[in-house]
Design a protein around this ligand. Sequence first.
Ligand code: PHE
Length: 357
Amino acid sequence: MDALRQKYLDAIAAVSEEAGLEDLRVQAVGKKGEVSLKMRELGKMTPDERQVAGPKLNALKDEINSALAAKKAALADAALDERLRTEWLDVSLPGREARQGTIHPISQVTEEIIAIFADMGFAVAEGPQIENDWYNFDSLNIPPHHPARQEFDTFYMHRDAEDDRAPHVLRTHTSPVQIRAMEKTGAPIRVIAPGRVYRSDYDQTHTPMFHQIEGMAIGEDISMANLKWVLEEFFAAFFEIDGIKTRFRASHFPFTEPSAEVDIQCSWVDGQLRIGEGDGWMEVLGSGMMHPKVLQAGGVDPEKWQGFAFGIGIDRLAMLKYGIPDLRAFFDSDLRWLRHYGFASLDQPNLARGLSR
Ligand code: PHE
């Protein structure tokens, strides 16, 4: 028994990996281990012999088990020490910078515009960016061969040669939302509809995708005077400039009669865009009294109701307000541009506090 004891204690001391310990445990005290087999022999002994051998064997088994446990703990400690010695962190290094994203000027300006019109009782409506030509054209009094269809530089959705359904288009303006809102709510109604619109056009002040906000107010005695007041009220609040000059120009749209386009006074000095000064004008919206046929297309009785509508170019307003000279840069996703012109995420437009800072 002493030999057995010495053999296993030496072997355990010599082991350098946890796997070796397990092998030894099986060999010594496992079901068919040497110590276990010895214990089975107890049955063949006389009671006196058993009295002596039994406790000794049990003690041996306990001794080997605790030697195994102690060695296991020692190996784990050594492994941990080794890791602590080799793995280390320099907690004095500067942290990795977590860049905050910014709110795109278009999103910011859209929220500003919504806040101003909400204050005048306008609700927000929406429509799809892929429209059928009824909503984008026909319902707005632009029949199939009307020249306005050409003027719009429309993007048409692909149709297979044998597919003769009326075309779908990327909406060229937010005006189709006029019809959708009338269908949904009827009259009286006061809504604005912000969103993306598409035209095949590209230069310093045009991109193939841009943003508009449609406005529409229908009532029993809405007039051009209400339109002018609402727009002037809007520009004063939006630009926060007293006496900002606007120019209402007689114009033509198939869906309004009479119609007016509105320009804002501005100038370009050394590539810098400035509003409210100089002798330049930037067109920012189209407007007018809703055509009876448009009211009718939306299910509103033109004998009883009349309304005004306007469509504002959001991107143009953002350029003017924040002095951004080139529209194309809005959609380049250049991080330097976004960080420069973007807004902090907590800088929510709020009429009471002032719209911009
Ligand atoms: N839909 C017109 C455009 O995109 C703007 C407009 C809207 C004009 C509403 C009049 C009334 O040019």
